[in-house]
Design a protein around this ligand. Structure first.
Ligand code: R5P
Length: 315
């Protein structure tokens, strides 16, 4: 059993870390984290963490590489400060889509990042909705993989009747994820038959498999990045006679012109979680609704700390 539970955060998503700390009922460890004028990061942990079970809350969201390096140097500082166990809470795991060598001479960056985190000194990772489940296997340390589906399902059941809902996966790769949400909502499933063109940012939708006519569709995906995939599918759903179109994605990356394009799209509301913080522009977008996963993370942290099962979070 670990005696002292400590929570610490970098700059990636302070509002989420503060909310987790409130739910867990413990304050965040005081740290200084800043950049020198030469662009190098520096961290100093101001509280004693000797012998502690420390949870570092740091999604690797934008600015991705800065937040990643900050995570690594926080781990290093904790290791050298004699923390007993270092648990990385990485609600959004960047580079997750670089998870296979599907072209000649490309890296598997998701694996490289896993190695960096492990070599830095992490003992465990807690994450949410990895792009692919098998990324857990990139780590040789335990990975607790949490899901936002219960959070979305509870919310949808509280705001809309379920009788004419169809959950739509934008592609076959996300079908299991969408099926799990459809099962919880007790509604039907449809799948976008998407063919990618050569360029990562451009996708081509060919068909929708399943009945969507006259129904309200919830497009469900792990990530909305440029929005290209979801918006294309939303247009195909309109053509196929869907009545209303909502979208739900765990990670609201929303890069480039995503918000402008979302505003102009047939998607009425986009539900995302707070794994990634929203800029003021995104907060002002009337279509975006953010749900919190802070309580789920706080429960997971407490259960891991006292070495209890976290299965309750999947029910
Ligand atoms: C693809 O496999 C992912 O699940 C997302 O659908 C995709 O990466 C989202 O990217 P974008 O919003 O740029 O289309």
């Amino acid at each position: 059993m670990f005696s002292k539970l400590k929570l610490i955060t970098g700059n990636a998503n302070r509002p989420l870390a503060e909310e987790v700390a409130r739910h867990a009922g413990i304050p965040l460890v005081d740290i200084d984290l800043f950049k020198f004028s030469n662009d190098e990061s520096f961290v100093k942990i101001n509280d004693n963490v000797r012998g502690a079970d420390v949870f570092v809350i740091q999604p690797t969201c934008y600015p991705v590489n800065d937040n990643l390096i900050d995570l690594l140097i926080i781990i290093d500082a904790l290791k050298r400060a004699s923390a007993q166990r270092i648990n990385c809470v990485i609600p959004y795991y960047a580079y997750a889509r670089s998870d296979k060598k599907d072209q000649p001479r490309v890296p598997i960056t998701a694996k490289l990042i896993a190695d960096l985190i492990t070599v830095a000194g992490a003992h465990r990772v807690i994450t949410v909705d990895l792009h692919a489940d098998q990324i857990q296997g990139f780590f040789n340390i335990p990975v607790d993989h949490l899901y936002a589906i219960p959070t979305f399902a509870r919310y949808f059941k509280s705001i809309m009747p379920m009788d004419d809902i169809v959950v739509v996966s934008p592609d076959s790769g996300g079908a299991n994820r969408a099926r799990a949400l459809a099962k919880r909502l007790n509604c039907t499933l449809a799948i976008g038959d998407k063919r990618r063109s050569g360029n990562e940012d451009k996708t081509e939708l060919l068909n929708i498999i399943g009945d969507v006519k006259g129904k309200s569709a919830i497009l469900f995906d792990d990530i909305i990045d440029t929005g290209g995939s979801l918006i294309k599918v939303s247009k195909a759903l309109v053509e196929k006679g869907a009545k209303k179109i909502y979208a739900a994605c765990t990670h609201g990356v929303l890069s480039g012109n995503a918000v402008v394009n979302l505003e102009a799209s047939p998607i009425e509301k986009l539900f995302i979680t707070n794994t990634i913080p929203l800029s003021e522009e995104k907060k002002n977008c009337q279509k975006i609704i953010q749900l919190s996963i802070a309580e789920m993370l706080a429960i997971a942290i407490k259960k891991v700390h006292i070495e209890e099962s976290i299965s309750i979070l999947f029910r």
